[in-house]
Design a protein around this ligand. Structure first.
Ligand code: SAH
Length: 382
């Protein structure tokens, strides 16, 4: 057996969608069906050790040991909320940290994953925006989150799956990392991969319109859109990408996605900010905007974080807002806030980054940022 190459030279199989994995094994002189076998071990059995993949030919295993690996993000810490929500602080290489959250419910388990470390979109009410943009996660780092969570949540082959839904609602703007996010979505939905149905994988975007059209050509997952305001004046302020792609343009892209993908509806996220966007008039504007369209409103009580100028709308205001939407004929739900006590709720995934320089829209995006040292907790045994 040859000595393993250095980790960097090996391909992390978690980032490869089925055709890429086939090409990878074929390029090494193997039959394409080897890729299926590998996927079975990786995703159906949760096995990442080639030596344990007992039905693979010996020489193929030896080859894999030198050319491939299954590299997971490192767990810096885990936090368990009283309500069962679990948050992980993860690191993918020497210097960057990002977060992932699991939200268990009676009928489903939702994993909320990150697509970038930090974010460049600078939404006024989001804590991730405060740290600026650090870097894109690779497809392997995105899939690595799901793989790791599944393992830690007690996945057993053939048993009940802890993760039934995956949402791209952690750190980052997924459509700003299109090239890595699309293969990750395909692996999530592939029946040889995580085999999660298209309605249970949700990409949430702040509204990168050109990429929404591209997305419609590439995948058919569920779409959520961070609307947060019923008119351009207010949305320009809350979600600055609106200045580039105003609401009318954004909605066109939404309806196009639904038509193209034969989808049911777009979920519009609407964070309830006290005295800012939570008045009855705003609800009426939303009705005019969305009535008769394949749209659902999801009202999110604002989750405060240090330094924010916003406050959460009172519960009664949120209820009244919802009632107004229902009266207007829209579908609307109120998101139950989970993981409050561990800062795992929407918009609280700030990570730990030393350099809190804000990198505003339109500025150069890539910037290496060091992570404050964190004492790692011992890893859970497998
Ligand atoms: N960048 C993507 C996905 C990440 S955020 C997007 O913008 O859609 C997931 C959702 O949480 C978004 O709707 C986002 O606007 C919302 N959110 C951000 N900060 C929040 C906060 N402090 N309180 C409540 N929701 C927030």
């Amino acid at each position: 057996m040859t000595a393993p190459a250095s980790t960097d030279a090996r391909t992390n199989l978690l980032g490869l969608e089925r055709p890429e994995l086939e090409a990878f094994v074929v390029a090494q002189g193997n039959k394409p069906f080897r890729a299926r076998q590998l996927m079975h071990w990786l995703y159906k059995r949760g096995e990442g050790d080639f030596n344990a993949m007992t039905d693979l030919a010996r020489d193929f295993r030896a080859q894999l040991l030198t050319t491939a690996d299954v590299r997971l993000p490192e767990v810096l810490s885990r936090h368990d909320s009283a309500d069962g929500t679990r948050k992980w602080l993860l690191r993918a290489d020497a210097s960057q940290a990002f977060e992932m959250v699991f939200i268990p419910e009676t009928e489903r388990g939702t994993l909320c994953i990150s697509s970038q470390v930090g974010c460049a979109l600078d939404c006024a009410f989001c804590s991730t925006a405060q740290q600026g943009f650090n870097r894109n996660l690779t497809a392997a780092e995105i899939i690595g989150q799901v793989w790791l969570a599944q393992r830690e949540l007690g996945f057993t082959p053939g048993g009940e799956r802890p993760i039934t839904n995956v949402v791209f609602m952690g750190m980052g703007e997924p459509l700003a990392n299109f090239r890595q996010v699309v293969p990750a979505i395909r692996i999530l939905m592939d029946d040889l991969g995580f085999d999660i149905s298209r309605r249970r994988v949700t990409l949430s975007t702040s509204g990168l319109v050109p990429q929404m059209y591209k997305l419609a050509e590439e995948v058919n997952c569920a779409l959520a859109v961070s609307l947060h305001a019923p008119n351009d004046a207010l949305r320009d302020e809350l979600v600055p990408i609106n200045r580039l792609h105003p609401i009318a343009e954004l909605l066109e892209a939404c309806w196009h996605y639904i038509d193209e993908q034969n989808g049911r509806s777009v979920t519009f996220e609407y964070v309830m900010l006290d005295g800012v966007n939570d008045q009855r008039a705003h609800a009426r504007e939303l009705v005019r905007l969305l009535k008769g369209r394949p749209a659902k409103l999801n009202l999110i009580p604002f989750n405060p974080f240090p330094g924010t100028r916003y406050q959460r709308s009172p519960q009664a205001v949120v209820q009244a807002f919802r009632d107004e939407l229902l009266r207007g004929g829209l579908m609307a739900t109120i998101r139950r806030t989970r993981g409050d006590d561990i800062d795992a709720a929407c918009g609280q995934l700030a990570g730990r980054v030393n350099d809190r320089t804000r990198i505003r829209l339109g500025h150069k995006l890539a910037q290496a940022v060091a992570v404050a040292p964190v004492t790692p907790e011992p890893r859970a045994s497998r």
